[in-house]
Design a binder for this molecule. Structure first.
Ligand SMILES: C[S@@+](CC[C@H](N)C(=O)[O-])C[C@H]1O[C@@H](n2cnc3c(N)ncnc32)[C@H](O)[C@@H]1O
Length: 237
């Protein structure tokens, strides 16, 4: 993976990155144990990449995930931040075609290592970091993406606020999350929550309320099956 821009130019004052893996820099302290997803990257990739799983459990379509990624890449110029990028199961094609710098962040080194394999030739930098403690200076990204990730967090609205702070004036956010509106999805999310895999189940209305507080009228939430899609913008340019 080739870094397309000097990551140092995006870092907040006093923050540093250190190499942890070929092509991957980390913002975590070296005694940080990483993330539970490390052990599951391969299994995650197989399950979540399956069209049947997405259709049956979440009534969601892989084509919609891919279309959302295309939309984010096409939304502007300048660096795009993807927070919780995972293995790029649905975004790799869009990212390989991108002509803008991509900064792809995840807490799990295992997920990032698989992402790196998919990215050969893309203008991407891979960074291990926590979404609630991003190492970047505020307002540096014209586009921020966060796909199918907010629902795994205990406090998704704190993460949404952190992502808003990364957006440049007039910047655009594309975030999706699994929600509890549909009964099968609700049962699955409740089970995953009991198992400690995801945060407390939230509805599309919960997401819309949080997004309106953070982004005002620019925030729009749509839902397909159990996946809610948030598009929002920050003011001014
Ligand atoms: C359900 S996966 C989604 C991955 C990818 N965006 C996709 O659509 O396939 C959630 C991802 O969020 C990452 N993650 C979980 N908590 C995180 C945190 N606090 N900061 C950064 N990444 C986190 C996990 O390691 C995992 O890769």
């Amino acid at each position: 993976v080739e870094a397309a821009l000097p990551l140092d130019s995006l870092l907040a004052r006093g923050r540093k990155l250190h190499p942890v893996y070929p092509g991957i820099m980390s913002a975590l302290s070296s005694d940080d144990e990483g993330a539970p997803y490390d052990r599951r990257a391969a299994a995650y990739d197989r399950l979540v990449g399956s069209r049947a799983y997405n259709r049956v459990v979440w009534a969601a379509s892989v084509a919609d995930y891919e279309g959302f990624a295309d939309e984010a890449v096409a939304a502007g110029d300048g660096p795009l931040l993807d927070a919780g990028c995972g293995t790029l199961a649905f975004t790799a094609a869009a990212y390989r075609e991108a002509s803008r710098p991509l900064v792809l962040v995840d807490r799990s080194l295992g997920m990032l290592a698989r992402a790196a394999e998919r990215l050969v030739g893309a203008p991407a930098s891979l960074v291990q970091a926590d979404v609630l403690d991003l190492p970047f200076a505020p307002k540096r990204f014209p586009t921020v993406a966060c796909n199918a990730m907010l629902h795994v967090l205990e406090d998704p609205w704190a993460a949404l606020a952190a992502l808003r702070d990364q957006l440049a004036p007039g910047g655009r956010l594309f975030a999706s999350m699994l929600v509890s509106d549909r009964s099968i999805g609700r049962a699955f999310l409740a089970g995953l929550h009991r198992a400690g895999e995801v945060g407390p189940p939230r509805s599309a209305d919960d997401l819309a309320r949080a997004a309106h507080e953070l982004f005002g009228q620019s925030a729009e939430v749509q839902r397909t099956g159990s996946m809610a899609w948030l598009r929002a913008a920050t003011e001014g340019a």
